[in-house]
Design a binder for this molecule. Structure first.
Ligand code: 3H9
Length: 708
């Protein structure tokens, strides 16, 4: 038998253990090993039932996702490979009890459903997360799940991909019993109870499949939800179609429909992009010069300086993770305002069912407001989130250096300023690091961790680890102006403004990008963040502007008029008291006047040009950042854009997207924009080189010691 599957006996009950760490994926060798074990059970008259269980930390977390890439590059789908095994298990005359701990996901749940019974520990989760990889279940999950859990539950699970906890799985019929205590012992005892009973095959259990009349509204509602919430995605619709086939066709034919849809999804660009995202999210944790065993500094307490929008949000993030936090402001009124906002945000979370009132009370208790930094001497980490200005930041860090204990980490939430310059105002630059949260900090998953020249490896490892505890995706970036995300966002938003100045309407620019899949248009994002933020930064960095290179002016003009965006009731759009946006003819009129004065010729601009101008501006700057070593990998840039800037995951991130378009094509278009619009569009040398060599960003080898 394969090394990956072990077979033992416990007084007439066979125990099949899958051991394929870390997550028992169904890699080559695992299905064969299970198959051999089933053969042995059939042959051995002394065996009355079998338990199938996962060794290590989990049951089976699914098919081996790495195999999908091999399938698509070889052009040979092997999804159907698992189906005969699952039929064989189901056809076993001796009951097979599947014992679940950790996660039974994807192919893992499909495997479990081919057993005759499922038992689980209270902390177990089951799910069909394939949709998150741009595919659908490919081993009869869409056919067996509705038979166990009913059509509505199967549709919900397969379209959202969200896991279901053990108690819910029990209620919905996916699991037959929860085992408190030792899982294997409980599963073996269960096996003895049912050994003499006739087995029931899941594929023959049709009682939950419902009638056409009952199911029609379920499918209609699901398609409507997908159109609204997962617009543009192929897999959720394919999952609904496959489940619909389960309700209308015999099992075998339903499986054929599922196979066809599975293969279509697997070979789609969306699936390739989403699988890239899956691995890239894990890759960000791998930092070439910081080994896994780098010691970390325990963070048991923290302080946040500044109780504004960002500071308050960061305090919530820390409190949510169970870390007590001091929240400091300069005056009582500002502190009261900050706390009131925190309370309102938490109350909204209660309304949305995210937290219970007790959860909120516990969290609020962890946030201790203060006007002084006297108590800072004991904290392990301070995050500064004061107004964005170098002079002020330096003053704050000087003071932190004075009051904080040696060994405490001093972090800045700056979004643009140099961490090295900030660190230089302290006597411990090795303990200074950037933690760039994204607004709203308690919601957005991205955390850019900015490595200064002197930042120690321990401090970086600590922040990388802490980001997970905080529920964030921490991405290590180097210390350049705007770091990675905002440095790229500058050219992206610059182009959006230029397009308006050249004749595109504000709405046309935003629509083109939301149609591309961005969560919000670039101009609407400006209004949300506050146009004054960029305006202030542009003033601070005016001395760095290259003379003769075109600069947009519309947004600065809007700021001069006090139109800062949502917070002032108007920016690019106008806003009602519920902050709902509508087009503002007055702004369109102003822009017409300004561009006429500036003598900018007006023209019709297509949605395709709008998208290319904005997205390729991201890509070109991303290529520079990569070459300069401020990001470790192209995929890190993708993760930043997916988690912090609303880039559509099914396009894999800006760098992956450029790879799919082909860097030769992207380079040609960038060169064309360079000819038309001047130096802002000078092609990044790396883009040019890769285009000439016929390579992709993904081909680039990892750069040792980059992001420094
Ligand atoms: C499927 O099943 C299709 C079916 O219908 C069958 C069709 C025929 N494969 O996330 P972690 C690696 S589709 C290969 O950091 P955690 C992961 O890359 C699949 N590798 O741990 C990482 O490697 P490294 C449906 C996998 O404890 C290491 O394991 N299933 C797979 O935070 C640890 O992972 C899913 O989509 C895999 N399936 O979370 C489940 N899974 O250390 C995907 C993980 O080198 N997995 N790896 O970076 C997960 O959701 C999480 O990994 C899990 C554990 C919750 C299980």
């Amino acid at each position: 038998m394969s090394d990956l599957v072990q077979f033992t006996k416990d007084n007439g009950v066979a125990v099949i253990t899958i051991n394929n760490p870390p997550v028992n994926a169904l890699s080559p060798g695992v299905p064969d090993g299970i198959s051999e074990a089933i053969d042995q059970i059939a042959k051995d008259a002394g065996i009355t039932a079998a338990v199938l269980i996962g060794g290590g930390r989990t049951f089976v977390a699914g098919a081996d996702i790495k195999e999908f890439g091999k399938m698509t590059s070889s052009g040979k789908p092997r999804g159907a490979g698992l189906l005969p095994l699952l039929l064989k298990i189901e056809d076993s005359a001796k009951p097979v009890i599947v014992a679940i701990h950790g996660t039974a996901f994807g192919g893992g749940l499909e495997l479990a459903m081919s057993g005759h019974y499922r038992v689980a520990v209270p902390g177990a989760q089951v799910g069909q997360p394939e949709v998150k990889l741009g595919i659908i279940p490919g081993a009869a999950g869409t056919q067996r799940l509705p038979r166990l859990a009913g059509v509505a539950k199967a549709v919900e699970m397969c379209t959202t991909g969200n896991p279901v906890k053990a108690d819910d799985a029990l209620k919905s019929g996916i699991v037959d019993r929860i085992i408190e205590g030792d899982l294997l012992a409980g599963a073996v005892a269960f096996a003895r109870e049912v050994a003499a009973k006739p087995v029931r095959k899941t594929r023959e259990r049709n009682e939950k499949l419902g009638t056409a009349a009952e199911n029609a509204p379920i499918f209609a509602a699901a398609r409507e939800t997908v159109a609204k919430k997962q617009h543009g995605l192929l897999a959720p619709l394919a999952a609904i179609n496959a489940i619909e086939a389960a309700t209308k066709l015999p099992f075998e034919e339903g499986c054929q429909v599922e196979q066809k849809l599975f293969v279509e999804c697997l070979f789609s660009d969306q699936s390739k992009a989403l699988i890239h995202v899956f691995f890239s999210e894990r890759e960000v944790n791998k930092i070439p010069d910081i080994p896994k065993d780098t010691p970390v500094i325990p963070i048991n307490s923290a302080a946040v300086v500044g109780a504004g929008t960002m500071g308050g949000g960061i305090a919530m993030v820390l409190a949510n993770a169970g870390i007590p936090v001091l929240l400091k402001e300069a005056d009582q009124a500002a502190l009261d305002r900050g706390l009131a906002t925190i309370r309102t945000n938490y109350e909204n979370s209660v309304k949305r069912g995210r937290f219970s009132p007790q959860d909120v009370e516990e969290r609020l208790k962890r946030i201790k407001p203060t006007l002084s930094d006297d108590d800072f001497s004991n904290v392990d980490l301070v995050i500064e989130a004061v107004f964005e200005g170098m002079a002020l930041k330096k003053e704050v860090f000087k003071e932190l250096d004075r009051v904080c204990k040696r060994g405490a980490i001093l972090a800045s939430n700056t979004s643009t300023l140099s961490i090295d310059e900030i660190a230089a105002s302290t006597s411990r630059p090795e303990f200074v690091i950037g933690t760039h949260f994204f607004s709203p900090a308690n919601v957005m998953r991205l955390l850019e961790i900015v490595r200064g020249k002197a930042t120690s490896k321990e401090v970086i490892a600590t922040l990388m680890q802490l980001s997970k505890k905080l529920g964030k995706v921490g991405v290590l970036v180097g210390n350049c102006r705007g770091f990675v995300g905002n440095r790229m966002f500058g050219p992206y938003r610059r182009e959006a403004q230029f397009l308006v100045e050249e004749g595109a309407s504000i709405e046309a620019v935003d629509h083109a990008l939301t149609d591309f899949g961005m969560a919000m248009g670039p101009l609407a994002v400006g209004d949300l963040a506050g146009l004054d933020v960029g305006w202030r930064i542009r003033k601070e960095y005016q001395h760095l502007e290259v003379p003769g290179v075109r600069q947009p002016f519309t947004e600065d003009n809007l700021c001069e008029l006090g139109r800062y965006g949502q917070k002032t009731g108007g920016g690019w759009y106008k806003y009602d008291d519920q902050r709902r946006a509508s087009a503002d003819p007055a702004v369109a009129e102003l822009i017409r006047k300004w561009v006429a004065e500036a003598g900018i010729p007006q023209r019709q601009i297509s949605a395709a040009e709008i998208t290319d101008r904005c997205i390729y501006a991201l890509v070109n700057e991303g290529a520079r950042i990569l070459e300069e070593g401020f990001a470790l990998r192209a995929s890190d840039i993708d993760i930043i854009y997916l988690n912090g800037y609303g880039f559509p995951a099914y396009r894999g991130g800006p760098m992956w997207y450029a790879d799919t378009v082909g860097l030769k094509n992207v380079h040609e278009r960038v060169s064309e924009f360079h000819r038309q619009h001047g130096e802002n569009w000078k092609p990044a040398p790396l883009l040019k080189r890769l285009a000439e060599e016929g390579k992709t960003f993904a081909d680039l080898a990892k750069k040792e010691g980059a992001a420094a």
